[in-house]
Design a protein around this ligand. Sequence first.
Ligand code: PHB
Length: 387
Amino acid sequence: MSKFTLGWIAAAALLAAPLAQAQSTAKLKVGLMLPYTGTFAALGTAIENGFRLYVTEQGGKLAGREVEFVKVDDESDPAKATDNVNKLIKRDNVDVLVGTVHSGVAMAMAKVAKDSGTPLIVPNAGADAVTGPMCAPNIFRSSFSNWQPGYAMGEVVAKKGHKNVVTITWKYAAGDESVRGFKEAFEKGGGKVVKELSLPFPNVEFQALLTEIAAAKPDAVYTFFAGGGAVKFVKDYAAAGLKKTIPLYGAGFLTDGTLEAQGADADGLLTTLHYADSLGTPRDNAFRLAYAKSFKLQPDVYAVQGYDAAQMLGIGLAATKGDLSKKAEFAAALEKARIDSPRGAFTLSKGHNPVQDIYLRQVSGKENKLIGVASKALADPGRGCRM
Ligand code: PHB
């Protein structure tokens, strides 16, 4: 190599060094792709609130980079999902994607994230595939897999001695997978799912299906609904007179962030989830107080998942000094992290899904009160994940 070439390389290196540094102190663009309209609108807002609360607690910066948000309302519409996520990446040049609530939309996000290498943190959607067959070094989840609360409830309902159960849910990934998780544990425990009822997302015309449940007279019903749909289902179940005769169990989304609207119709319901309103730990108490002060609202599971998505981003950025191009270091930091969540500390499984306690909760006085731990440190099996 000539002296001239060497000199040129040295000069280029000198020029590149300040540029590289500048990159990791520039504003960090976070693309928030969440539902702000439709049956999951309140869930999207709670996730954003939780995320912002953590960033504010860090002085508005993560690893020295000021955080800036670009928001998209995904409308929980899978048909618009690929366009929406491509806009965030190509038009808005976001550094990281955070989203979303709906499993079908999240799967489209995961596909684009996997192909483009853009880091993605999923702050709700439980689509098993995201941390299963679609798992990737740059995809992480701060919430749960649909299998997790379903599986935990299957064990609870079997232990209660119920034998015949009817399930009812929306016909899409989240509903199907929640029921599949329930069925796996319930049938292992000696029960039988005798009928699987469903209606298209986000329909709420439950009447005909409730009539079928009344006619089938099962020992119990297991359900997955969330948001506005969960409010209406719980009210309709009670109005149909079924609450008095056939016990209703659900994944905890049935009664999370919904109790004000459900009122007495939700009283006594038992659900399983990775959060409860009365954990009483110093960590959760501090979170709940800060959230209530900031937003004049009580937090729910969605707020916690948003908060933890920001914590996870902070952990990855701290390990890479704010440089998201260091993908292996970013992933390694999260893979060995113990995330100090208000729900209780959790780690990530090999597919990057939380390994966490699933609580049994009961509705009482507008709260999901902690009854006990239904399943300790439950890990999604991550079926189909090769990383
Ligand atoms: C989902 O689509 O994965 C989903 C939506 C709302 C929830 C939970 C899961 O509350």
